[in-house]
Design a binder for this molecule. Structure first.
Ligand code: CA
Length: 226
């Protein structure tokens, strides 16, 4: 998932970038409204985090310019707490969500996860890797004629892998993406569900497996031999 972060306060920008990267997002940081428009037009981002008070062009100008050009990237606006009417303006101009500063990093992550997930669900209804494919609508994982129903949580974990099949996920990343940030689930839940999914992949006779890289995390892997 690629995020464009537009925030002119360098320290805040750096802090947000670090938090998001820790969760596995790729973040491009730009520091004024002009760059924001150039970057948003030049690449396909899954989300844009847009401050309101910016040099060159403010956040509202950036928002209306992008929407005017048909750019549909989800936009999360950051506004100063004093400017309550900013929220109303932002949402009527086509922002998808807003947060007031100062904000809690957990809350920011929760909004980012919700906005990027929402977009993924609109665009695709099945995901595939190697010899398997997953129907997001029914939660059925299949390989050729063979298929198996995933439970709700197995589906969330498998979806997380399949959205970015080349990515290695730490247990923390899997917890926040599949269980949500407000969940009480711990690292052992991740281990349990990974073992359930491995069992189902074996049942399907798939060449796809979930590899455990010690101290790094889990990744999908496709073996050559069946
Ligand atoms: Ca600012």
């Amino acid at each position: 998932m690629n995020i464009l972060l537009v925030e002119d306060e360098r320290a805040l920008s750096g802090a947000i970038k670090k938090i998001l990267e820790k969760q596995g997002y790729y973040v491009d940081a730009v520091y004024d409204g002009g760059e924001a428009v150039d970057y948003a037009e030049g690449a396909d981002y899954d989300l844009m985090i847009l401050d309101v008070m910016l040099p060159v062009k403010d956040g509202f100008e950036v928002l209306s310019e992008l929407r005017g050009k048909g750019c549909s990237v989800p936009i999360l606006m950051l506004t100063a707490r004093s400017a309550v009417s900013d929220k109303v303006t932002g949402l009527t101009e086509g922002a998808d969500d807003y947060m007031t500063k100062p904000f809690d990093t957990e809350e920011l992550l929760a909004r980012v996860v919700a906005l990027t997930r929402r977009r993924g669900e609109v665009i695709v209804d099945s995901l595939s890797f190697g010899d398997i494919s997953l129907s997001l609508r029914s939660g059925v994982l299949s390989r050729g004629e063979e298929s198996v129903q995933l439970s709700r949580k197995e589906l969330e974990v498998m979806k997380t892998f399949l959205y970015e099949p080349s990515m290695t996920f730490t247990k923390d990343m899997l917890l926040s993406r599949a269980w949500g940030l407000d969940s009480d689930a711990g690292e052992n839940s991740v281990e349990v569900y990974i073992s359930f999914l491995r069992k189902k992949l074996r049942f399907l006779g798939s060449r796809v497996g979930i590899r455990n890289l010690q101290r790094i995390g889990y990744r999908l892997e496709e073996s050559d031999a069946q």
